[in-house]
Design a protein around this ligand. Structure first.
Ligand code: FCB
Length: 444
């Protein structure tokens, strides 16, 4: 069951989240090439070699989609701006159609009484910047600050909140060390540079937006609960390393202006020269922090070089991603983040949700598993709030079934089903259940 609004503090914000490349249709409106287009066009990287060219065609269907956000009773909508839609070359002359699109979207949200929560970067780097080394090249930080200025000069007067970069761990580690996302590298030097430059870009964009007078600026980090696979000291230390790489590196950088020693043990020789001098910029003050949370991992030691760890399958029930369902991890991160990093700063759960192989039966999609998942995670949020953690909002990932990156269109995270042949939208039972809990018109 999804707890009703009355369970949460006054002014608690409920929303749902999407990202540009996953829903818009990157082939429309004069957008430039991105590293996700080329990654997807390279055999073996993405399930069925699917890309974001059409996606959910949100570029044309956004009014219907915003009606669905409002109909579920949400207060806010988290979306991202595509860098290559706004600046097809990654820099220089903006594409007027791109800026017009985000302008319309923001006005469309306001017209429906919804708060626009914008994320500047959700992963599709313009190809001309990828050609220059992408996140490995320090200059990306200046280019990103310029992009932030261009976007916010157009919509900054009307957005409710702005986040810089979605999930630095995915931008850096998943994409440069594990090679699972664009640009698909597996190189520790590239990783060390990306880990640092992604935070430098965050800091430079934050400074640039402050100079423009933009307020309510935050950062969004993904968290995975790291549990040792057994009782051995080796498993405990593997879990500690995983937690440091995944969770604490980015929070420490931004909120303590230091990197954890467990990560520097491996990355120090590969860091860009003089990285210590950037920590003041990386620690630019913020107005809120966002946490994305989905699952936990069990960690064991592994032979070979640092970080010398491996994930082992866990016993808990899993989503269609194969991710264990572990709501307690969300409660843990809300408490730890406030206690060790952010103090009184408002914390938003900026993503949480699950993939399930939903199929319409007689026009209905009964996603009871998703209702249970959201309800159990919201219960953790409510308990943390009752304990005094300043958690101020919760966003479901995602409004629509969409392009789930390397897994293509197979994994369905939406509250609303999308038929990828006809692009027809059908609200699932979870959408109706949220509407009931939140007082939306779609209550059933
Ligand atoms: C998060 C991403 C989002 C989506 C969900 C399932 O890491 O931010 O785009 O892929 O996972």
């Amino acid at each position: 069951m999804i707890p009703p609004r009355s369970t949460f503090p006054k002014d608690f914000v409920f929303g749902t989240a999407t990202s540009a490349y996953q829903i818009e249709g990157h082939g429309f409106g004069g957008a430039g090439s991105t590293h996700w287009d080329t990654f997807a066009a390279t055999p073996g990287n993405v399930a069925n070699a699917e890309d974001g060219r059409v996606a959910c065609d949100h570029y044309h269907r956004w009014p219907e989609d915003l009606d669905l956000v409002a109909g579920a009773g949400f207060d806010a909508y988290r979306f991202s701006t595509s860098w290559a839609r706004v600046l097809p070359e990654g820099r220089g002359t903006p594409n007027p159609e791109g800026l017009d699109f985000y302008d319309r979207l923001v006005d469309g949200l306001l017209a429906r009484g919804l708060r626009p929560a914008v994320t500047l970067y959700h992963w599709e780097l313009p190809s001309p910047l990828a050609d220059l080394g992408g996140w490995q090249n320090r200059d990306v930080a200046e280019r990103f600050a310029e992009f932030a200025e261009v976007v916010m000069s157009r919509i900054g007067d009307r957005v409710w909140s702005v986040a810089t970069i979605n999930e630095p761990w995915c931008v850096a580690w998943l994409s440069h060390f594990l090679g699972q996302h664009a640009p698909g590298l597996r190189d520790i030097r590239a990783t060390a540079r990306a880990m640092h430059h992604v935070l430098l870009a965050h800091g430079r964009a934050t400074e640039a937006m402050r100079a423009l007078g933009v307020g309510n600026i935050g950062a969004v980090f993904n968290m995975e609960y790291a549990a040792p696979a057994d009782d051995s000291p080796e498993a405990a230390s593997a879990a500690t390393r995983y937690d440091a790489i995944y969770n604490r590196f980015f929070l420490s950088g931004v909120f303590h202006c230091t990197y954890p020693p467990e990560v520097l043990d491996g990355l120090a020789p590969h860091m860009p020269a003089g990285w210590q001098d950037d920590m003041g910029v990386i620690g630019a003050p913020l107005d809120w922090v966002g946490l994305n949370y989905y699952t936990r991992k069990l960690l064991a030691p592994a032979p070979g070089p640092w970080p010398a760890l491996q994930e082992v399958p866990g016993p808990l029930p899993k989503t269609d991603m194969g991710w264990e369902i572990y709501p307690e991890g969300l409660g843990f991160f809300l408490r730890r983040t406030a206690r060790e990093y952010t103090g009184d700063l408002p914390i938003y759960v900026t993503e949480n949700g699950m993939a399930w192989p939903d199929r319409p039966v007689d026009g209905h999609i009964d996603d009871a598993a998703r209702i249970d998942y959201i309800g159990r995670h919201l219960a953790q949020v409510a308990a943390a709030a009752a304990d005094g953690v300043p958690v101020a909002g919760y966003f479901v990932w995602s409004l629509l079934d969409n392009y789930e990156w390397a897994l293509g269109y197979d994994k369905r995270f939406g509250l609303v089903h999308v038929d990828f042949e006809t692009l027809e939208r059908t609200p699932k039972a979870s959408w109706h259940a949220l509407a009931r809990a939140l007082g939306g018109a779609g209550a059933r």
